[in-house]
Design a protein around this ligand. Structure first.
Ligand SMILES: O=P(O)(O)OC[C@H]1O[C@H](OP(=O)(O)OP(=O)(O)O)[C@H](O)[C@@H]1O
Ligand SMILES: O=c1cc[nH]c(=O)[nH]1
Ligand SMILES: [Mg+2]
Length: 214
């Protein structure tokens, strides 16, 4: 969990029902950038030496994995989050998956949703890639597990990272049961999922709030 005070403060703004669309969208962008910093902290560092314009050697570092990143954005709520992530992973290759929870067929007795995937465009994934699948809400895990099933057909990455803003214990356990090698980054783990599949206390419908469609 990302407990950086700035990430927690931004999340608090996102949770607030009075936060308007533009501020909400900007908050997701800022969280994407912070999440990028956190992910970089987990990457291996190589010590290198460079020569400065003074003709003197200086010790520094290189993060080789920075150049081997594939980011998948799950439409639609991930778009602002990815805008922030690419500020950190500027050389990332990018994929898009359009996924929708089929709310019409959701029965109140079950937590999980059917997921309609209508578009998948993913670059080839190589063995030394870090795959980052961005989706701000990890509620029942129905979306992320359906997305991973499609995306992992494009190759086997070195790491699979899920970048979310709010997750639930139920969703995390489901993802880790189906994809035990995945690593979940999140800013909060909320206690409940209501009968309509919303995270409680949550922040509402991330897609609707970011794109002004409620
Ligand atoms: O873990 P889950 O229970 O699957 O829920 C999470 C998904 O729900 C939302 O998508 P939605 O279908 O509302 O699409 P949207 O992003 O276009 O609003 C959200 O953006 C996630 O993708
Ligand atoms: O609370 C939730 C759950 C899924 N998707 C959202 O946007 N919000
Ligand atoms: Mg939605």
């Amino acid at each position: 969990m990302i407990d950086h005070p700035l990430a927690q403060a931004i999340l608090t703004t996102l949770r607030n029902r009075d936060t308007k669309q533009i501020e909400f969208r900007k908050g997701l962008v800022r969280l994407g950038r912070l999440m990028g910093y956190e992910i970089v902290k987990s990457m291996d560092i190589e010590n290198v030496e460079v020569e400065t314009p003074l003709g003197v050697k200086a010790r520094g570092v290189r993060i080789r994995d920075l150049d081997h990143v594939v980011i998948i954005q799950v439409l639609r709520a991930a778009m602002p989050l990815v805008e922030g992530l690419v500020k950190i992973f500027a050389n990332a290759r990018m994929g898009v998956v359009s996924a929708r929870r089929v709310e019409e067929s959701h029965s109140p007795g079950s937590l999980d949703f059917d997921i309609e995937i209508t578009y998948v465009k993913v670059p080839r994934i190589l063995g030394d890639d870090t795959l980052i699948v961005a989706d701000p809400m990890l509620a029942t895990g129905s979306t992320i597990t359906a997305v991973l099933k499609h995306v992992l057909k494009y190759g086997s990455p070195k790491r699979v990272i899920i970048a979310s803003v709010i997750a639930t214990k139920y969703g995390i356990e489901r993802v880790l049961r189906e994809y035990p090698f995945s690593e979940i980054y999140t800013v909060a783990i909320d206690p409940e999922i209501n009968e309509r599949g919303y995270i409680v206390p949550g922040l509402g419908d991330a897609g609707d709030r970011a794109f002004g469609s409620q």
